[in-house]
Design a protein around this ligand. Structure first.
Ligand code: CA2
Length: 145
């Protein structure tokens, strides 16, 4: 049966392609969604691609993923560096999670070097721009096989 990935994008990622292209690239979130969808389909996977600026909504989505999805790919945006609530939600569900960042968070300001997502993730992909989302689909395919 085709397995399903919940893709969660956190605060401000809806602005992709409109500002700071030198850091985050020129593609929009819709461009990334389309490429990820095509990649997933080539591996017999489906994606449910979402974005929210609200921490509580992301926590609710993670809790619901337990019954509805086989894996989670998450770019929690700035909540990566602050959200114990998202970490706790990820730890509470036994759905495997892959963490993605467009920029290399370790080459940036010190406050971006710590991730509350990482302790709950199988691994992190950081610094490859939008390609990182496609790498995450490969990683999920491997984890679920
Ligand atoms: O590199 C990443 O993917 C980040 O998760 C992006 C977050 C940042 O806070 C993390 O440290 C690293 C920021 C997302 C905001 O995205 C924007 C896109 C275009 C214009 C402005 C913000």
């Amino acid at each position: 049966m085709t397995k399903s990935i919940l893709v969660i994008n956190g605060p401000n990622l809806n602005l992709l392609g409109t500002r700071e292209p030198e850091i985050y690239g020129a593609e929009t979130l819709d461009d990334i969604k389309d490429k990820m969808s095509a990649k997933a389909s080539s591996l017999d996977l489906t994606i449910d691609f979402r974005q929210s600026n609200t921490e509580g909504e992301i926590v609710n989505w993670i809790q619901e993923a337990r019954d509805a999805h086989d894996a989670i790919v998450i770019n929690a945006g700035a909540l990566t560096h602050t959200s114990v609530a998202i970490m706790d939600a990820l730890l509470a569900v036994d759905t495997p999670c892959v963490e993605v960042h467009l920029s290399n968070i370790f080459k940036r300001e010190e406050f971006r070097h710590h991730s509350f997502i990482s302790p709950a993730a199988v691994g992190m992909i950081t610094g490859f721009g939008s390609v990182g989302y496609l790498m995450a689909v490969d990683a999920v395919s491997d984890i679920l096989s």
